[in-house]
Design a protein around this ligand. Structure first.
Ligand SMILES: *[C@@H]1O[C@H](CO)[C@@H](O)[C@H](O)[C@H]1NC(C)=O
Length: 265
């Protein structure tokens, strides 16, 4: 009996030793963002689009988006650091911020507003009675992206979802500056990063769907969507990725490009 147990444990150790180096592990897709992406992020009757991504991917999705966060507060609360510590080689992290990153630091600091600018600029500010140094939106993204890539992960910088583009009566969508910043962050992080213009893909689908349908996606305000709206926004993301031949999600999307609504841009 003891002898058999010993053989078993030797075999178990051997298989761990043999299995470990070349082991093909299934990647996990992590999501970092705000309420528009988070599980039940926008309050009652709403859903974040991150919830629906699991249905289009063959990899597990771990939604770490948190309502109310900006690139800055997600950084300061060590949420990016937790992801950096968690990811393993070939995991993918989708980063989408912007809704909470605007505003001004000059009158009062809400802990979320970034320093204006596209590069290494810094702002001195006071938050919660503490003197703080605030970085620019792209700087927070690039810092996180480079650290994630250094761990062997791949990163998608995604532009923020549109507020209801039909709220003024006729359709109107213009990308925010955070779209350009997300694009430039992807360039700076390099080959293991890509940019997805999620905002534009979503806006194009919203234009086709028309005012009454899209208005129904925004039950409470012009930012947070119903479950049906979030599903549409998730599918817009998948379409954008498929139109880039899968990019860093290559081989992980279940759906064919033609089967997903919307048009490649
Ligand atoms: C992909 O197909 C699944 C069903 O297999 C569906 O639930 C999902 O919404 C589809 N995704 C897109 C982007 O159309």
């Amino acid at each position: 009996m003891v002898y058999i147990l010993q053989i078993c444990s030797v075999l178990a150790l051997a298989s761990i030793a043999i299995g470990a180096p070349n082991e093909k592990r299934a990647p996990t897709v992590y999501l970092a963002g705000d309420s528009t992406m988070a599980e039940n992020g926008g309050g009652s009757g709403t859903q974040g689009w991150g919830h629906y991504l699991q249905y289009s991917l063959s990899a597990p999705v771990s939604n770490k988006a948190v309502a109310g966060r900006s690139a800055r507060s997600y950084t300061v609360e060590n949420r990016f650091q937790t992801l950096i510590d968690t990811v393993k080689s070939s995991d993918i992290v989708i980063i989408e911020f912007g809704h909470n990153d605007g505003g001004s630091l000059s009158s009062s600091d809400n802990g979320r507003t970034d320093c204006p600018g596209a590069g290494d600029e810094t702002c001195k500010s006071t938050y919660n009675g503490q003197a703080v140094t605030v970085l620019t939106f792209p700087k927070y993204l690039v810092n996180a992206g480079q650290a994630l890539v250094a761990k062997g992960a791949k990163v998608i910088f995604s532009s923020q979802t549109p507020n209801n583009p039909w709220e003024g009566g006729s359709f109107s969508y213009g990308p925010s500056r955070f779209t350009t910043y997300a694009q430039s962050a992807a360039k700076q992080v390099g080959a293991n990063a890509m940019f997805v213009d999620h905002g534009q893909y979503t806006a194009n689908i919203f234009k086709t769907l028309g005012k009454s349908k899209v208005d129904s996606f925004f039950p409470n305000d012009h930012t947070h969507t119903s479950p049906a709206g979030a599903d549409t926004i998730s599918r817009a993301f998948v379409k954008a990725v498929l139109c880039a031949d899968g990019g860093v999600l290559s081989g992980l999307v279940k759906n064919s490009t033609a089967s997903v609504e919307g048009a490649c841009i």
